[in-house]
Design a protein around this ligand. Sequence first.
Ligand SMILES: Cc1cc2nc3c(=O)[nH]c(=O)nc-3n(C[C@H](O)[C@H](O)[C@H](O)COP(=O)(O)OP(=O)(O)OC[C@H]3O[C@@H](n4cnc5c(N)ncnc54)[C@H](O)[C@@H]3O)c2cc1C
Length: 372
Amino acid sequence: MNFDFSFAEQALFKDIQDRAKGYAEGKNLETQDLSQVKDALAILGKTPYLKLGLDTPKELGGISLMGAMEILATLSPSLYLSVEMSTRLFGGIVATWGSNEQKKRWLAPLMKGQSLGAVALSEDSLNVDNDPLKTTGTQDGDLLSITGNKTYVVNGPVADQVAVAGMMNGQVALFIIEQGTAGLAAGNPFITLGYEGAAISRISLNNCRISMDQVIGPFEDRNVLDTLRLWENQILLGASLGLMKAAFESARDYAKTHRSGGKPIIAYQEVAFKLSEMLTLLQTSQLFAYRTAWTLETSPKEAESLMWCAKVFCTEAAEKVSGYSLQILAGSGFISGNPSEIAYRCAKYGQIAGTSTEISRVKIGDAALGYR
Ligand SMILES: Cc1cc2nc3c(=O)[nH]c(=O)nc-3n(C[C@H](O)[C@H](O)[C@H](O)COP(=O)(O)OP(=O)(O)OC[C@H]3O[C@@H](n4cnc5c(N)ncnc54)[C@H](O)[C@@H]3O)c2cc1C
């Protein structure tokens, strides 16, 4: 296991950092502005970021993808979430299971930053990991008619196309529904605790008629859903690293400059110890996340349970680190819009989404007992 980044990777990270930072300059990416994600994608499309893990050689997947994710997630949690749910989740579906025609139609523009995707798994009153999906596709002449309701869809109101998970002839399939299709409607963006810059909504599908070449699958078993969770969990590892890094740096800089009793507050052990615990959690999370990303490439079977462990650890660490950061910034941290406050509000999401912390722990227990 070698976590050293090559010169090519370092150049890639610098390119992403410079372009994304340049785009973010003077903007508030944490507030709802539905045009921002598409503008940002056009900028990211000039770098290899949107291709990582989708069409680049193996050496640029794995830990270099994790490194790139960490950079964008540190800059803006909301932009990161919108971009990743489109690129690595929607894009991952088409890259992995799509036909050549489907790749040409949806993946090529996505990797150039010219289109935005979304993935709709969640439904009200069921748990995707444990219950059968209610959304269905039924044959209607040469077409397929899709009916169902999905919720919490990142990019729901702005996506050019949505991959909708549902049942077809008793098997799981992914239906690619393009914006403007009759019967597809997105709700207003939810008002959320964090990630307010990402447009998250319900979508309803009322007899949406699509052609058969818009279907990916059907799949023989539900493993496809496990794979989507695995990718989603990786996105959430990146999100957690970004939140921790932004929160740690903000608290460290503040502690060095803000004074109390004639000295910077970092001189007080209570503050310095908090910073040292934050750094320890950040660095441990980085090791865990990078090892998981490396294992995904080298030993996918082992990566599955490693991912649940890493997700539980990194997402809980993110909540702790952002909480300490806010405590160090105190009153100024409590004012809306600073990195500590943003990270604190976003951190909870990582424990809820993907494989939730509770379900991950159940699965880790099963793996430890040899049931997986
Ligand atoms: C900001 C945000 C963005 C999201 N983006 C998307 C998206 O783009 N696409 C999408 O499809 N979904 C998305 N989701 C949905 C997210 O994946 C779900 O919220 C998550 O899977 C949990 O499902 P749920 O909210 O229905 O809770 P439930 O599954 O109903 O769970 C409720 C509670 O019960 C626990 N629980 C449930 N079953 C078990 C079990 N078997 N063992 C132990 N504990 C259990 C859970 O851990 C949780 O604490 C998003 C959610 C949020 C908050």
